[in-house]
Design a protein around this ligand. Structure first.
Ligand code: GTP
Length: 181
């Protein structure tokens, strides 16, 4: 496929500390998982090439720190984003309640041209854990419908539904930007 046809998409991963953003990105890009927790300092990024329909897409995935301390980096990081993955932990009600603030803060700082239709995908992570029903599937889907986001739940640990949210985000971003270019 011709090089000019390759789309570059900037994908931002946000959500509270410890929900599994780094793990999700590592499983998707490197097919690796570690149980050790090392908080992200500032932000990291990895690239991965995927095919969406007949289109070659390079995803530049930004894994951001969930701690308050680094949230001032927001606008520099978020600007130019094509889509956003909002992560929470299905065993943590607090991480689910925080989604709304993450979403609003993202829109404020990224300042995209059409905020109402900006492509968000929500991921409920850690479904491998026993207390996975702390936030129910229904509860999560209802919230996602309200904000117009697609919902997936899975596990970075067991590699369940890790690829799907990235493909869905890329597809939504391609559609969104076709309308705006
Ligand atoms: P910050 O960098 O602080 O924002 O955290 P983060 O959201 O990047 O979380 P991280 O990926 O570092 O994961 C936090 C902890 O949760 C680590 O101990 C991971 O091993 C663990 N973890 C991540 N995903 C899963 C999962 O799907 N299942 C289980 N059981 N543990 C997970």
């Amino acid at each position: 496929m011709a090089e000019w046809n390759k789309a570059q998409l900037k994908v931002i991963l946000i959500g509270s500390s410890g929900v599994g953003k780094s793990s999700f990105m590592n499983q998707f890009v490197n097919h690796r998982f570690s149980s050790l927790y090392r908080a992200t300092v500032g932000a990291d990024f990895l690239s991965k090439e995927i095919t969406v329909g007949h289109r070659l897409v390079v995803l530049q995935i930004w894994d951001t720190a969930g701690t308050e301390r680094f949230q001032s980096l927001g606008s520099a990081l978020y600007r130019g984003a094509h889509c956003c993955l909002l992560l929470f932990d299905v065993t943590s009600a607090a991480s689910f309640s925080a989604l709304s603030t993450w979403l609003q803060e993202f829109l404020l700082q990224a300042d995209p041209p059409d905020p109402t239709n900006f492509p968000f995908v929500v991921v409920g992570n850690k479904t491998d854990l026993e207390n996975r029903e702390v936030v129910s599937y229904k509860q999560a889907v209802t919230w996602c419908q309200e904000v117009g986001a697609e919902y997936f739940e899975g596990s970075a640990k067991d590699d369940v539904n890790v690829d799907k949210p990235f493909y869905a985000a890329a597809k939504a971003a391609l559609q969104h930007y076709k309308k705006h270019t």
